[in-house]
Design a protein around this ligand. Structure first.
Ligand code: ADE
Length: 247
């Protein structure tokens, strides 16, 4: 899967993503990181890509033309039109479920804004998705784009050593992940829960689900409520009362 990241800082984004697990996936050719410098598409001899806002207001706006040409230059190289995701605090708040959807695409174009934003007309013409990473404002779309690329890449087959680990991640089943322990069995007087040493896989699974539920109830009551709605407890079967005289 290829990520085409349109930004004023392509080196920063690509270098930061090209490390660790993602760096290995890039080296293996499972993930492609294509940093596209929006300034390369400026027609201005100073490579300017921003200008004042019509109607007044503080700050500069990124202009439509360089962004349009940057998007087109990527689309022209692809066998089929890719989704263009504009990273913006005005978008849908990013979730694991959205990441799953994006992970099924072959190519994604991510558009990172700066200054006061982007001329609306190029968004109308090019953007297919508007994604926010949360209800707060960053100074640009680069960090949000990195968040999206990292999250989506982990779901692409072959990126993680064992695919089970993405499946058991927090949110993948709508719950937070259960607590985990490694060696030694005792540390600072704290014991690893006995059940994890028992070798009884059914018991371990049962314990982990109970811990996930408890942690989610405590830390994310919103997710817990949604999970309960999806997994209503099975109705308790009442035994029929015997009629008088019946044995
Ligand atoms: N750009 C600035 N703030 C952002 C946010 N919260 N999410 C996505 N893009 C942004």
């Amino acid at each position: 899967m290829n990520f085409h990241i349109l930004t004023l800082f392509p080196d920063m984004v690509v270098d930061a993503l090209n490390t660790g697990i993602l760096g290995k996936a890039v080296a293996k050719g499972i993930i492609g990181l294509d940093g596209v410098d929006i300034r390369d598409f400026s027609h201005n001899r100073h490579r300017k890509v921003d200008d004042y806002t019509y109607g007044g207001g503080a700050g500069l706006l990124m202009q439509a033309q360089p962004i349009y040409e940057a998007v087109q230059s990527v689309q022209e190289r692809l066998p089929k039109k890719a989704r263009v995701i504009y990273m913006t605090p005005q978008g849908r708040v990013f979730t694991q479920e959205m990441a799953s959807g994006f992970s099924r695409e072959d190519d994604l174009i991510l558009l990172c804004g700066h200054y006061e934003g982007i001329d609306e007309r190029v968004l109308e013409e090019c953007a297919t998705d508007f994604v926010s990473i949360g209800d707060y404002v960053l100074s640009g779309g680069e960090i949000p784009a990195m968040v999206l690329v990292d999250t989506v890449s982990r779901l692409v087959p072959g990126v993680l050593h064992n695919e089970v680990s993405a499946e058991t991640d927090s949110f993948q089943n709508g719950l937070l992940e259960y607590p985990q322990y490694s060696r030694p069995e005792e540390w600072h007087g704290r014991q690893v829960p006995q059940v994890l040493l028992s070798g009884d896989h059914a018991k371990v699974d049962e314990w982990r689900l109970a811990e996930s539920l408890e942690r989610t109830r405590e830390r994310r009551p919103d997710l817990y409520k949604a999970w309960l709605k999806e997994h209503p407890p099975a109705p308790v079967k009442r035994r029929k009362r015997k009629a008088d005289g019946e044995k």
